[in-house]
Every structure is written in structure tokens, then in C-alpha cells.
Design a protein around this ligand. Structure first.
Ligand code: NI
Ligand code: MN
Length: 229
């Protein structure tokens, strides 16, 4: 069995693990860097980190067409049920872990904000640690640096997906500190180069990761994948 993560640009990911297809924060329709349209995406499960438009935009069309189960904080799954008729949900909150057919999903803290596009509260923003058969993946999602990343890294993280765009999340320098706290084997950058305010030089970032941390950086273009072995 293999688990393959494909970057869909911005904070969006398609994960194929065995026969399961999991999408994190689908944002393709209004993303300038999406490699294909949301109509071409298939999902059995959708993970949602927080309520901002660049993370929830394509949840309703994708969940409706694919009958996917949406996993997110209680306030967001309740909003999807009451406002959009999405009834297949797995509500969670920070610190909680649930067992799903593709592995265990733990919701962890993120230092950010979370209001849904119509002004409703999205509850607290979150990241995820997903335990795939080949190892744990930490999706930090939209967050600043926080010292408790040390605890998130404690069970051993195979791959960390960290934002490096700056302005709305941590930038490259803080991501280096995050890597030192989480201590993943490999690290992939996300949430950058979608728009000019979050442009970053990912190759310069990768050089800093190599010289300052023990992790191996992997820089992807939208549409490219990384495999867990
Ligand atoms: Ni956000
Ligand atoms: Mn965002």
C-alpha cells in the first residue's frame, strides 16, 4: 500500500491512501494556481481546517457530487449541515482523535482566525495529524509558530506540511523554527505563491531547511506529488 499526496496549490491537498481519496481544504475554482478544476476531483473524505474562503470554497460542490464525508471542527460541520445540507460529517474539536477507514485523524491547534464566508463563526482554526499506514503527516494548515508544535512532533512525524507564505501565516524564517520543534523526516511548503502578497522563494527556503534543520525539504509545483513509503 502507498500513500501519495498531491499539492493542489495554496493549502489544498489530494491524498490517495490505498483505495481512499481524501481532500484537505479544497480551493480550486477561485485559486489562480489550481492544477485542474474541482469537477475533476474525486473525494471520499474532505478535511477542513478553518472557515476562510480559501479553505472552504469548494467543499459544498465536492461533498455533494462525491457524497464525501466532511471532517472538521464542530461549528463548521454544523454550518455545512444547517446551511448547505451536507449531512455526512465527522465533527471534532482540538485535541480529539478519530479512527477512519484510512487512518486516525487528530485535530490539533493552529494560531489563526476562523470566520465562515457568510460571517458565521467557524469555531477555532485547526491543523491535523493524520496517521497513514506509512507514517504520520502533520498538516499545520494556516498558523503562526507556536511552542506546542514540540508536542505535536513527539509521536514522530514522517512528513510536515507547513505554510511559508507569511502575512496570513508564518513565513519562511518561522517555518524553520517550526521544523526544529516538530522534527519531521521530510517537510513540504504550502500556502505561498498563490497571490503576490504571499510570494516566496521556495528554493531559498529549501536551502535553509537543509543547512539549519535535520529535515529533508521537498518543494512541489501545483499538481505534483510526494509519496510516503
Ligand atoms: Ni486562513
Ligand atoms: Mn488561508
Amino acid at each position: 500500500m502507498t500513500t501519495e499526496l498531491t499539492w493542489l496549490g495554496h493549502g489544498s491537498w489530494l491524498i490517495r491512501s490505498g483505495e481512499h481519496r481524501i481532500v484537505l481544504d479544497p480551493f480550486l475554482t477561485n485559486s489562480p494556481t489550481a492544477p485542474f478544476s474541482v469537477d475533476e476531483l474525486e473525494a471520499d473524505y474532505i478535511l477542513v481546517s478553518h472557515g476562510h474562503f480559501d479553505h472552504v470554497d469548494d467543499i459544498v460542490p465536492l461533498a455533494s457530487r462525491c457524497s464525501a464525508t466532511v471532517i472538521g471542527v464542530f461549528e463548521i460541520t454544523t454550518w455545512l449541515e444547517s446551511k448547505h445540507g451536507i449531512t455526512a460529517t465527522e465533527p471534532m474539536n482540538l485535541g480529539g482523535e478519530i479512527e477512519l477507514p484510512f487512518g486516525r485523524v487528530k485535530m490539533v491547534q493552529a494560531t489563526h482566525s476562523s470566520v465562515l464566508p457568510d460571517g458565521n463563526s467557524g469555531g477555532v482554526p485547526a491543523g491535523f495529524v493524520v496517521s497513514f499506514p506509512e507514517g504520520k503527516v502533520y498538516f499545520a494548515c494556516d498558523t503562526g509558530l507556536f511552542l506546542d508544535m514540540q508536542l505535536i512532533g513527539k509521536p514522530g512525524i514522517e512528513l510536515a506540511v507547513l505554510p511559508i507564505g507569511d502575512r496570513f501565516t508564518m513565513g519562511p524564517a518561522d517555518s524553520i523554527e517550526a521544523i526544529k520543534l516538530v522534527k519531521p523526516n521530510r517537510v513540504v511548503p504550502a500556502h505561498y505563491n498563490t497571490w503576490p502578497p504571499i510570494e516566496q522563494d521556495a528554493n531559498a527556503w529549501a536551502e535553509s531547511v537543509r543547512s539549519e534543520t535535520g529535515a529533508e525539504p521537498v518543494v512541489l509545483e501545483p499538481g505534483e506529488s510526494i509519496t510516503l513509503e
